[in-house]
Design a protein around this ligand. Structure first.
Ligand SMILES: C[S@@+](CC[C@H](N)C(=O)[O-])C[C@H]1O[C@@H](n2cnc3c(N)ncnc32)[C@H](O)[C@@H]1O
Length: 223
């Protein structure tokens, strides 16, 4: 990792995010509980927050909670009556996340559903559509999560997928690595599906060299 990436991240965080004791306490609680530090970087958390604000999101779905760092960023963008549903398979992660939500004062806006996402997603059909869907769990299942996101969306829904560059590996040959294949198929699906229009951005910084994909469900198919 290039040391300048970290320097620039710190500079941008200082200029644009400032100090945030609640989110800092969230990361400290995650570390104290031994959770892996694979939450989105602060600047990416702010991007999720901004996307939610831009579209006036009232219903947000997150797949992959960890300690709830990204969940809190998104929950903070919700207006009155808004809700985030976040899906997490690991009981320990869920426990830490729930404590973080309470400390951050956003527990009333967040519902954490424990279980493998492919088991809990079908239960959300009656609660759709979501305005913003953030996919950030196990990468081999990303194509399945995108199919579910489409089922749980409406025209205008924004879908974000994290970790789509993986240190540049994404551009390599189709691989037998299920993580990489999941990401490659996810991107291919966004490019191929007429219901979606999307892009992806490479990101360097505190999380190394990675990237995120953003797509929107079209109002109507392209002419
Ligand atoms: C990258 S972390 C999520 C980080 C979080 N979105 C953030 O930025 O703060 C991925 C999480 O997905 C969870 N996960 C992995 N496989 C899952 C599955 N099949 N269903 C639900 N959650 C899963 C992991 O336990 C982990 O907590």
């Amino acid at each position: 990792m290039d040391g300048r990436w970290l320097e620039v991240d710190s500079f941008l965080e200082e200029q644009l995010l400032g100090s945030d004791p609640v989110l800092e306490a969230t990361l400290a609680a995650n570390a104290a509980a031994g959770l892996p530090s694979i939450d989105v970087a602060p600047l990416a958390g702010k991007l999720l927050h901004l996307l939610a604000l831009m579209i006036g999101a009232r219903r947000i779905l997150e797949i992959g909670t960890l300690g709830g760092y990204s969940t809190i960023w998104m929950a903070r963008a919700l207006g009155e009556g808004g809700r985030v549903i976040t899906l997490e398979a690991d009981e320990r992660h869920a426990e830490v996340a729930r404590a973080n939500f309470a400390r951050a004062g956003v527990a009333d806006r967040i519902e954490l559903r424990l279980g493998r996402a492919l088991d809990t997603l079908p239960g959300l059909v009656g609660e759709a559509p979501f305005d913003l869907i953030f996919i950030d769990a196990d990468k081999p299942a990303m194509p399945d999560y995108l199919s579910w996101a489409l089922k749980l969306s409406r025209p205008g829904t924004v879908i974000v997928g994290d970790n789509v560059v993986r240190g540049g590996q994404v551009a390599g040959p189709a691989s037998s690595d299920p993580w990489l294949r999941g990401v490659q198929r996810f991107l291919e699906m966004i490019g191929e599906d007429d219901r979606l229009t999307g892009t992806a951005l490479q990101v360097v910084g505190a999380r190394g060299w990675d990237g995120l994909a953003i797509a929107v469900v079209r109002e109507r198919p392209p002419a």
